[in-house]
Ligand binder design. Structure first.
Ligand SMILES: Nc1nc2c(ncn2[C@@H]2O[C@H](COP(=O)(O)OP(=O)(O)O)[C@@H](O)[C@H]2O)c(=O)[nH]1
Ligand SMILES: [Mg+2]
Length: 374
């Protein structure tokens, strides 16, 4: 009973994962030139909001939909400050939110979240901004203010504009942003914006969001550990109810391979299908399985019930789920490192991250972290 990665139906498993994902709808609001397109590109990847790649859905609203994204982005056209188009802006945004809700039978089309962009460089918040934000709140759409272009103001000016916002609107969250790397990290709230967004989306929409971002690495990691891996670990326990020998955990490997695919998808590694196929057929899973089995035998889980069975050659439910959990953990950590290097602009092939020594290192981390709690 051998598991062969070549027999694994990559396309089918991948489309199963994909089809279970719901797409969040996010609306970007704000005046022309405040940096909405730049925010989209920073969060979701460089090419999403290219001029001309969107589709006008209604007056003043452009939809960006990309086959690589599990999210729909709606970009409001904005307005020139002081122009007659200001009243249109209000109507367009609020009208659009209403229309989507009316049109949407199962709520899939409704706007789930709004990012309201205000340039810190303008050093003021217009009455129109206040009005529209309050109106969005009244519609029960989660809204946050994104203070963009903070590199063009000093700290005091930034504090002033933040205070003005807080005085004008109850319970509004704001994030300080700039697309320029010269701004010291501690002033930038990109990661906080990711955290807020994940927390304020319905659970069913979180994965779609996380699949689509190129930043938000901590959030991806958290979701994988808390939601994705446990699901597969539970299934593994179910499979292991009929005892299988540990030396040949082939029954578990298709499940673990699907889990690997699922984890890759959240890390955005799926954009390179060839690399994934290579990874999966380069027997990461069996390599991992062997390393973990060695680790188990090397008594890392000796305090877990069932260890005796491992030695006796039978895998039980606890071991099956620990094995699955550990494999998932190692894959996700390695993807995390890979994503960090991509964000730094390094151009290292993902295959170079999945080395035997990296895998072993992750397993050691995992066992240490695990033992601490025992
Ligand atoms: N100084 C500064 N300029 C920015 C920043 N983000 C965007 N810009 C610039 O602002 C202009 C308008 O940006 P864009 O994203 O097209 O704004 P949009 O009209 O709201 O979509 C462009 O020239 C950008 O290069 C930022 O963080 N700092
Ligand atoms: Mg734009």
């Amino acid at each position: 009973m051998d598991f062969k990665a070549d027999d694994f139906n990559f396309e089918e498993e991948y489309s199963k994962i994909k089809s279970s994902i719901k797409r969040p709808n996010i609306l970007l609001c704000g005046a022309t030139g405040v940096g909405k397109s730049s925010v989209i590109n920073k969060v979701f990847g460089r090419n999403v909001a290219e001029v001309g790649s969107g589709q006008a859905v209604t007056r003043g609203i452009t939809k960006y939909q990309d086959e690589n994204l599990d999210i729909n982005l709606y970009d409001s056209e904005g307005y020139e400050i002081g122009s007659i188009a200001q009243s249109d802006f209000h109507k367009n945004i609020i009208g659009f939110i209403d229309d989507q809700r009316i049109k949407s039978h199962n709520l899939s089309e409704q706007i789930h979240m709004a990012w309201y962009c205000i340039s810190a460089g303008n050093k003021r918040i217009t009455e129109l901004d206040f009005e529209v934000i309050r109106e969005i709140q009244k519609k029960n759409v989660k809204v946050a203010v994104l203070f963009t272009q903070i590199d063009s103001v000093d700290e005091e000016e930034l504090n002033d504009i933040s205070n003005t916002l807080q005085q004008g609107i109850n319970n509004i969250e704001s994030f300080n942003l700039s697309i320029y790397n010269e701004v010291p990290k501690e002033y930038l709230d990109w990661e906080k914006l990711m955290k807020w967004s994940v927390e304020n989306l319905d659970e069913s929409l979180r994965e779609g969001f996380l699949n689509s971002t190129i930043i938000g690495l901590e959030e991806k990691k958290k979701h994988i550990r808390k939601v994705v891996i446990p699901r597969y670990a539970v299934s593994a326990a179910g499979i292991a109810i009929s005892p299988v020998p540990l030396s040949d955990s082939a029954l578990l490997m298709p499940l673990q391979t699907t889990m690997a695919l699922h984890i890759f998808n959240i890390w955005g590694v799926n954009k390179n299908k060839q690399a994934i196929k290579t990874l999966l057929s380069a027997t990461i899973i069996s390599q991992l399985g062997k390393s973990v089995a060695k680790m188990l035998a090397g008594n890392i889980f000796k305090l877990l019930p069932g260890f005796g069975d491992v030695v006796g050659g039978a895998i039980n439910t606890v071991v099956a789920s620990s094995l699955t959990y550990t494999i998932g953990y190692a894959i996700s950590e390695i993807c995390y490192k890979y994503s960090e290097s991509v964000l730094k602009g390094e151009n290292i092939d993902i295959l170079e991250f999945f080395t035997f020594s990296n895998i072993e290192e992750q397993l050691k981390h995992f066992s240490k972290a695990n033992n601490r709690g025992v």
